[in-house]
Design a protein around this ligand. Structure first.
Ligand code: IPM
Ligand code: MG
Length: 364
């Protein structure tokens, strides 16, 4: 018996989570997982109902759940709200309150979609990389922060990039361990590789990052560790992305590089993510945002959220067979030529969010 909290959020969130909910319910029945589903409010939806982006009851429900599936937060409706209660703050607060320091963002190119990438197919065919982003520290949470008025009357914005050794150590361990697991799953002789991304030529905080990651690597002699400056990493990702396996980096660089990596696959609408605490409890969410421009029009791609359900089953509920079943159902729907608008290509059949969700259900 496990409890999963659904937080649809804003924009296309409710549509994609509704499709994913049906998939989760279906595998729960099929694999007798006994999953109990509850729903809560976060982001703009919570601001409208309670005046804050993360109400106490949502956080409480999150604490007592085994895993959380989140849609997306934010939209133009709440852009003018005071900074401290914007929808995005709800997301940052829940990540921080639950200690979800390890953000896993895979960029996997499904072969059916090789044409959807803006890069040449030979550069991205078979791409399978994983960005491990530190999620509860760095400049996102560092103090002091704010906007102040200087003596000369002009305003100055400031944030602080900080990482303690313990924060670097724990995220490095996650990266090394995942690299080993991934290498094993590919079979004998495949090297486990981690590339740590920093800006150690300029920022002291990442000079320490590089030092600590190098120390942690001593406990994982089977992993090949390399280091790369973030500007070079951004370039290498579009030049030769297949050189990477696991990339580990801080909060801000990870935010940027994970969008870039996601786009290599042609559709950010396909990519799931997991944000985990030390015990593998976590929030699972699509990498894309709330897409307010297409919200409520049945145009969204629910597959990233459905693939997030697969990750949820794998990491938090340890239900590998159910996770695999979902992944093959998605692959099979793509084999049938069904595409939402974001991944549409000539000769394929365009379907809406609901129909895509139903097609996955039917395969299950
Ligand atoms: C992400 C998003 C968030 C982030 C925003 C919405 C706060 O861009 O999950 O990557 O910057 O972490
Ligand atoms: Mg982002």
């Amino acid at each position: 018996m496990s409890r999963v909290l659904l937080l649809p959020g804003d924009g296309i969130g409710p549509e994609i989570v509704s499709a994913a909910r049906q998939v989760l319910q279906k595998v729960s029945d099929q694999f007798e997982l006994g999953i109990e589903l509850t729903e809560g409010l976060i982001g703009g939806a919570a601001i409208d109902a309670h005046g804050v982006p993360l109400p106490d009851e949502t956080l409480e429900a999150a604490r007592t759940s085994d895993a959380i599936l989140l849609g997306a937060v934010g939209g133009p409706k709440w852009d003018q709200i005071e900074r401290s209660i914007r929808p995005e703050r709800g997301l940052l607060q829940i990540r921080s309150a639950l200690g979800l320091f390890a953000n896993l963002r895979p960029a996997l190119l499904m072969e059916q979609l090789a044409d959807a990438s803006s890069l040449k197919p030979e550069l991205v065919a078979g791409l399978d990389l994983l960005i491990v982003r530190e999620l509860t520290g760095g400049i996102y949470f560092g103090e002091p922060r704010g906007i102040r008025t200087l003596d000369n009357g002009e305003r100055q914005g400031y944030n602080t990039q900080v990482y303690a050794e313990s924060e670097i150590k724990r995220i490095a361990k996650v990266a090394f361990e995942l690299a080993i697991t991934r290498a094993k799953s590919w079979g004998e002789g495949m090297p486990a590789k981690v590339c740590s991304v920093d800006k150690a030529n300029v920022l002291e905080v990442t000079e320490l990052w590089r030092e600590v990651v190098t120390e942690v690597a001593k406990d994982y002699p089977e992993v090949e560790l390399t280091h790369m400056y973030v500007d070079n990493a951004a370039m290498q990702l579009v030049r030769a992305p297949k050189q990477f396996d696991v990339m580990v980096t801080g909060n801000l660089f990870g935010d940027i590089l994970s969008d870039e990596a996601a786009m290599l696959t042609g559709s950010i609408g396909m990519l799931p993510s997991a944000s985990l605490d030390a015990n593998n409890k976590g929030i699972y969410e699509p990498c894309h945002g709330s897409a307010p421009d297409i919200a409520g029009q049945d145009l969204a791609n629910p597959l990233a959220t459905i693939m997030s359900v697969a990750m949820l089953l794998r990491y938090s509920l340890k239900a590998e067979a159910a996770a695999k079943a979902i992944e093959s159902a998605v692959s099979s729907v793509l084999d049938d030529g069904l595409r939402t608008r974001d991944i549409m290509s000539p000769g394929m059949t365009e379907v809406g969010c609901q129909q895509m969700g139903e097609a996955v259900l039917a395969k299950l």
